[in-house]
Design a protein around this ligand. Structure first.
Ligand SMILES: C[S@@+](CC[C@H](N)C(=O)[O-])C[C@H]1O[C@@H](n2cnc3c(N)ncnc32)[C@H](O)[C@@H]1O
Length: 231
């Protein structure tokens, strides 16, 4: 069994580079989500809840170009949050950013709800399906009625060759940047430690959590993204 991925200081530095190999459309994804949120939120001031804000890439992609948006970022990893904080200071957006170390359970109780939320590349790190559901339900509970939500996660049936084929595609991204074959085989086995569930099951969890108009808008390699709205 390969070691479980944790976001410690060593992995945190590697994250920036690996994310863009693992997902060749990584930066485009953030641009796409920004476009979607912009059309949904219009010109007004808006509060965004960023689940898994570690690394600060949502903040960096959406903060400077949307001066009316404020961000509440939640992430259990101290090291990843440190990166997020550094980025928001470098970009001069720190007055519009609140970072909370922990999970949604650590969000302060508040009367006011968020105008939008994202949960990008987090859900597959939560093994238990009931806990995945609880996370989505909590996010839904923090949103204003009708608010847009974007979920991006790994997907697939671990027992289906379709996923194995996509893992081969994913390995080819790393091959192309110079990883050797023995390392790739190890990575192929290691990636199975994240929690893959089939696409229809992800959509079912979103529906069960109280999201509507669930539409898949994105897919690259192992990962896919859905837009939807809080009921
Ligand atoms: C692959 S990174 C994605 C970070 C960022 N969203 C991005 O796309 O660059 C996954 C992040 O999810 C965080 N995470 C894991 N479990 C979480 C949870 N229950 N709630 C919020 N964040 C979580 C990890 O600490 C890590 O920073």
């Amino acid at each position: 069994m390969t070691e479980k991925l944790t976001f410690n200081s060593k992995n945190t530095i590697a994250y920036e580079e690996n994310a863009r190999v693992s997902i060749p459309t990584y930066d485009t994804l953030f641009a796409m989500v920004q476009s979607y949120f912009r059309t949904q939120l219009g010109e007004k001031e808006a509060s965004l809840l960023v689940i898994g804000a570690g690394g600060g890439n949502e903040l960096a992609a959406w903060g400077p170009s949307n001066p009316k948006w404020t961000f509440t970022g939640v992430d259990p990893s101290k090291e990843m949050l440190q990166m997020a904080e550094n980025k928001s200071i470098q970009l001069g957006i720190e007055s519009r950013v609140q970072l909370i170390q922990g999970t949604t359970a650590d969000l302060p109780p508040s009367e006011s709800k968020f105008d939008a939320a994202s949960c990008i590349l987090v859900l597959h790190f939560i093994e238990d399906v009931q806990q995945k559901l609880e996370l989505l339900q909590t996010i839904k509970g923090k949103l204003k009625p009708g608010a847009p939500f974007v979920l991006v996660t790994a997907y697939g049936d671990p027992d289906d060759t379709e996923l194995q084929d996509r893992i081969n595609v994913w390995k080819s991204f790393f091959f192309d940047v110079g990883y050797d074959s023995s390392k790739l085989d190890e990575m192929g086995k290691g990636i199975m430690n994240i929690s893959f569930i089939p696409e229809h099951h992800i959509e079912q969890l979103l529906e069960e959590s109280g999201f509507t108009n669930i539409t898949r808008f994105y897919s690259t390699g192992l990962f896919a993204g859905w837009i939807c709205h809080a009921e």
